[in-house]
Write a protein that binds this ligand. Structure first.
Ligand code: BMA
Length: 322
């Protein structure tokens, strides 16, 4: 992702608010019915594009099929989505067939926008594709074997290799899950797998998964990630932060002990899946240090929250438990 976004959406932290991450006051920014066929629009990824913004959105339709749609916005707040799902161009019909697609991430890497998502291929795995223009999309390959979710690319090669975080899982509503890292010379063949971090107590005790594309800071890669707690009423999805080593990103430098945002507003607590805050994208403007985090709320709508990397780093230093 390009680090200079002078038109990044932004709202200052409210005067009476001491949270490290604070919500946009007009949340949710994308309603569930923005396109005629949608049951819900959530867990979606946006990037700066040609002075404005573009993105890939998870739209579950009224048949409750899960698919990806592209969208455009002048201000990253008001979005126009293509009512038709993305048609992926794929050289190999064996893997190109549609089963389901969800939870996209979009990463500017070298010369194009790469998209990773949870791709149905005999169970969930990590699809990798790319676009230059948010009009034509090419499906490259499934990066990893099923079952896996939450595939997130780093925005540049590290030590000459492409790097991806992922979360091996099972075929259902997985009751476990740690974050791993895989490396590749070509974005097709992945190996040299490394353990990054596992579950801990409380808000991140059941499973964790990488969220937006990691943000490069002088001190390390800033990773927002979701953590899941199993309550007597089901899963609760919150998100927090960690800092990963710049050269060996499987090494965790800091890991916040508390969540930074948990489902507490009506649109996060009430919806198709209650109590979910699930981040998939973060815009970052380096000159102002502003970060705008896009997250799905209650598997129903898309919401926005703000922070600054300096504030998160300071908080991580004071609240880290490895
Ligand atoms: C996960 C994924 C996410 C979803 C979450 C809560 O397993 O399916 O897309 O937001 O569950 O339902």
């Amino acid at each position: 992702m390009k680090p200079n976004i002078p038109n990044i959406p932004w709202q200052d932290r409210p005067a009476n608010n001491n949270d490290v991450i604070w919500r946009y006051e007009a949340n949710p920014i994308i309603p569930r019915d923005l396109i005629p066929t949608s049951n819900s629009i959530f867990n979606s990824a946006v990037v700066p594009y040609q002075g404005a913004f573009a993105g890939v959105f998870r739209c579950d339709n009224k048949k409750r099929e899960m698919n990806l749609h592209t969208g455009r916005s002048a201000d990253a707040l008001n979005w126009t989505l293509d009512p038709n799902p993305i048609e992926w161009q794929c050289n190999d019909p064996e893997i190109g067939r549609y089963q389901y697609r969800y939870d996209p991430r979009v990463t500017w890497l070298e010369d194009r926008y790469y998209v990773t998502w949870c791709n149905g291929y005999h169970g969930p795995t990590i699809g990798v594709g790319y676009t230059y223009n948010f009009k034509q999309f090419h499906f490259l390959e499934n990066a990893l074997l099923p079952f896996n979710r939450n595939g997130v690319l780093f925005p540049r090669k590290i030590n000459g290799k492409y790097v991806m975080l992922s979360r091996p899982s099972d075929n259902g509503h997985t009751p476990f899950g740690d974050i791993y890292l895989s490396q590749s010379p070509n974005l097709i063949h992945w190996g040299e797998h490394r353990f990054v971090m596992g579950t801990k107590s409380g808000w991140q005790s059941t499973k964790i998964g990488a969220g937006p594309t990691p943000i490069e800071t002088p001190e390390g890669w800033l990773l927002f990630y979701h953590g899941v707690l199993t309550s007597c009423n089901g899963f609760v999805y919150s998100f927090g932060a960690a800092l990963l080593d710049l050269e060996q990103p499987w090494k965790v430098i800091y890991r916040g002990s508390a969540y930074l945002l948990a489902p507490q507003t009506p649109y996060e607590c009430v919806g198709d899946v209650p109590n979910v805050a699930f981040p998939c994208a973060a815009l970052y403007d380096q000159p102002t240090d502003r970060v705008a985090i896009y997250y799905g709320a209650a598997d129903t709508v898309t919401a926005l929250a703000f922070t600054k990397t300096g504030d998160v780093l300071q908080w991580l230093k004071e609240n880290s438990e490895l």
